[in-house]
Design a protein around this ligand. Structure first.
Ligand SMILES: N[C@@H](CCC(=O)N[C@@H](CS)C(=O)NCC(=O)O)C(=O)O
Length: 204
């Protein structure tokens, strides 16, 4: 088995979802931390050798580098119960992972980053002007999740899959972006279900 190294920033939900996938599966990885607030992933060295986009997370598999958090989760979970065996359910899992990328993360995670990490006073005019639209879109994404979870325990099928892990990562810290999770009771019950999974690890 190739050695696994996660190039990461621990407070990032994108990095956390890879750690959570690995933990649930009992997979060991080395970890290398970069301070994105200091631009440590934007160096020529990082871009040349690790990720041309200058972003973490990147999963290093032996001498190969895999950026994109959801791709890294798929790599780790290949052949495991975190990816449904049923063809339709596997595609449905991807549906929710694409939903996470398009409807959830750019709104819920970005507002958390702007408010809890950058700070409102340091935001640009453009960022400030984008906040109301991101708030509405983030609330719509959370509502869609809540509506779905009012009917089922897990996003796909009857057990945890990568869809749950991908969506858990930024949902459980959404309040850092000013979202009120008390408005979404089915999400709250699902968060608690994820947190009682064997080998669950919390975000650092
Ligand atoms: N689509 C990418 C997003 C990667 C991303 O946005 N990474 C952020 C942290 S969560 C980053 O590296 N920011 C530092 C920067 O852009 O300089 C993924 O899912 O991994």
């Amino acid at each position: 088995m190739d050695k696994l190294i996660l190039h990461e920033y621990a407070a990032s939900g994108n990095c956390y979802k890879i750690r959570l996938t690995a933990a649930l599966l009992g997979i060991l990885m080395e970890r290398v931390e970069y301070d994105i607030m200091k631009g440590e992933t934007r160096t020529p060295q990082f871009r040349t050798h690790i990720n041309p986009l200058g972003r973490i997370p990147v999963l290093q598999v032996g001498s190969r580098f895999l950026p994109e958090s959801n791709a890294a989760c798929c790599y780790l979970a290949d052949g495991s119960s975190l990816i449904p065996a049923d063809r339709f359910q596997r595609a449905d899992m991807l549906r929710w992972m694409f939903f996470e990328r398009y409807h959830h993360e750019p709104n819920v995670a970005t507002l958390r980053f702007w408010l809890a990490f950058v700070g409102i006073d340091a935001l640009s005019e453009l960022q400030r002007s984008q906040m109301p639209a991101k708030r509405l879109a983030g609330e719509a994404a959370l509502q869609a999740m809540d509506d779905h979870l009012a009917l089922v325990d897990w996003f796909v099928g009857d057990s945890v899959s990568l869809a749950d892990i991908a969506l858990y990562a930024y949902t459980h810290v959404a309040e850092g972006g000013g979202f009120d999770l008390s408005l979404y009771p089915a999400i709250q019950a699902w968060l608690a279900r994820v947190e009682t999974l064997p080998r669950f690890v919390a975000m650092e």
